[in-house]
Design a protein around this ligand. Structure first.
Ligand code: ADP
Length: 454
């Protein structure tokens, strides 16, 4: 088996640290890359080596392919882990990495490209028997066609960008009267955000849960799944809190979906980590997209399956076999993750700045993935995620109690964070009952904002 001696991590923040930890435990040296704004970041301080790759703007640093490849060449790194975001789903980057004789820790560029085009992804999924959200069969190129599709699948409908991501390029039309405006807005936003205005249409589901399945495949045709995560708690299509397993799913439903997904991905020849995202309503799953990378919320899966997903990614990229089968994957207890961002918990305005006090919670079943420390200055240039608080306990009520306890212990002074928002969510009886859909959190937040102050 080929083994890596040194891996370059093309990312920053908590995920760069997360990957470093897996490398360390495997005895692999790490190279951090950073912008000038991140010279003091924890992922730089803890790496074996670090290379400055550009100014603060992500375009000139974390997205600067030439600088990253040069950093790998100069340090003698043999593989690159892209983390999530930045270059992680850029097929051209994966190709460049391989063209330079390095290993890209992720799927093949062909699969990244296929799944990055949501229309191609849906076509591929249909071909392997994965159920889809009803909608257009491909790109919808004019308004007449859009009207015809909407009439067939019935309003409300969702117009979505083929190149979409991060919840952008998506518009709902509740009736024919709203279709033209929604159509134009979705296309304009898609063109601006992704340089590609291709759109397609889906039935807009009124009360689904977002349930996704974690898969891992080796280069030898072996595929397993590590169960589901429920990521229904979203604001503006962005996840805030995730759980494994889903409070809505039975083990039999998980197994049935898992069988279809793993058999299908094996047929497609997929390799490395992947996540299939579904909407789940009235007992039915409908595929929306596949992410060809590690997800922000992967720790909840790690906790319930006792697996290090980053370690698995590295082993697979090195050509190793999984070495276990589906029946060896077991699920134990319940896990919850709160995404803590440097944002005002009421207005969601970003709150970069200096952290004067930092105290992370601890104790049984508590995990904190964060690059924060006292004296660190959160830069204003990047995503506002600053910490992930993850708990694991035998049952969901115990996990909720543990998360409430851990949130109460968490001290971040100097900047506002979303810790108080998570505390309110965890206190809510509907959340505690597991009774929520993808629309629940928006209403919860709005209610708070319109509640009279007493
Ligand atoms: P992105 O790639 O931008 O994240 P997704 O296709 O994954 O886009 O969708 C993001 C979120 O938008 C989903 O988690 C869900 O909350 C909502 N969404 C997507 N498709 C639909 C749909 N057909 N009906 C209702 N909500 C949807």
């Amino acid at each position: 088996m080929r083994h890596f001696n040194k891996i370059l991590i093309a990312n920053r923040g908590e995920i760069a640290l997360r990957i470093q930890r897996a490398c360390r435990e495997l005895g692999i040296q790490t190279v951090a890359v950073h912008s000038t704004a991140d010279a003091q970041a924890m992922h730089v301080r803890l790496a074996d080596e670090s290379v400055c790759i550009g100014p603060p703007s992500a375009k000139e640093s974390y997205l600067n392919v030439a600088a990253i490849l040069s950093a790998a060449a100069v340090t003698g790194a043999e593989a690159i882990h892209p983390g999530y975001g930045f270059l992680s789903e850029n097929a051209g980057f994966a190709e460049m990495v391989e063209a330079h004789g390095l290993t890209f820790i992720g799927p093949s560029s062909a699969h990244i490209r296929m799944m990055g085009d949501k229309i191609a992804a849906k076509t591929a999924m249909a071909s392997i028997g994965v159920p889809l959200v009803p909608g257009s069969t491909g790109e919808v190129t004019d308004l007449d066609e859009a009207r015809a599709v909407a009439d067939r699948i019935k309003y409300p409908v969702l117009i979505k960008a083929a190149a979409g991501g991060g919840g952008r390029g998506m518009r709902v039309a509740h009736s024919e009267g709203e279709l033209e405006a929604a159509w134009r807005e979705a296309r304009t936003e898609a063109r601006t955000a992704f340089g590609n205005d291709a759109v397609y249409i889906e039935k807009y589901l009124d009360r689904p849960r977002h349930i996704e399945m974690q898969v891992m495949a080796d280069a030898h045709g072996n595929v397993v799944h590590f169960g589901e995560r429920d990521c229904s708690l979203q604001r503006r299509h962005q996840k805030l809190l995730e759980e494994a397993g889903s409070p809505a799913l039975t083990a039999a439903e998980r197994d049935a979906l898992g069988e279809v997904v793993t058999a299908g991905l094996s047929k497609l020849g997929y390799r490395n980590a992947g996540t299939l995202e579904f909407l789940y309503q009235d007992g039915q799953f409908a595929f929306i997209e596949m992410n060809t990378r590690l997800q922000v919320e992967h720790p909840v899966t790690e906790m319930v399956c006792s697996v290090d997903l980053v370690r698995e990614q590295i082993r697979i990229a090195a050509g190793e076999k999984l070495g276990y089968t589906q029946k060896d994957v077991t699920f134990s207890g319940h896990s919850i993750e709160c995404r803590i961002t440097a944002e005002d918990p009421e207005t969601f305005m970003p709150t970069p700045g200096a952290v004067s006090v930092f105290h992370a919670p601890g104790g049984l079943g508590v995990r904190v993935d964060s690059g924060l420390y006292a004296g660190y200055v959160v830069p204003p240039y990047y995503d506002s995620l600053v910490a992930k608080l993850i708990v694991h306990a035998p049952t969901r009520p115990e996990a909720i109690a543990r998360m409430r306890r851990a949130l109460a212990e968490f001290a971040v002074v100097g900047i506002k964070t979303t810790i108080p928002l998570h505390q309110r969510i965890l206190e809510d009886p509907e959340f505690q009952a597991g009774d929520y859909t993808i629309h629940w959190l928006e209403r919860f937040v709005e209610q708070r904002q319109t509640d009279p102050v007493i």
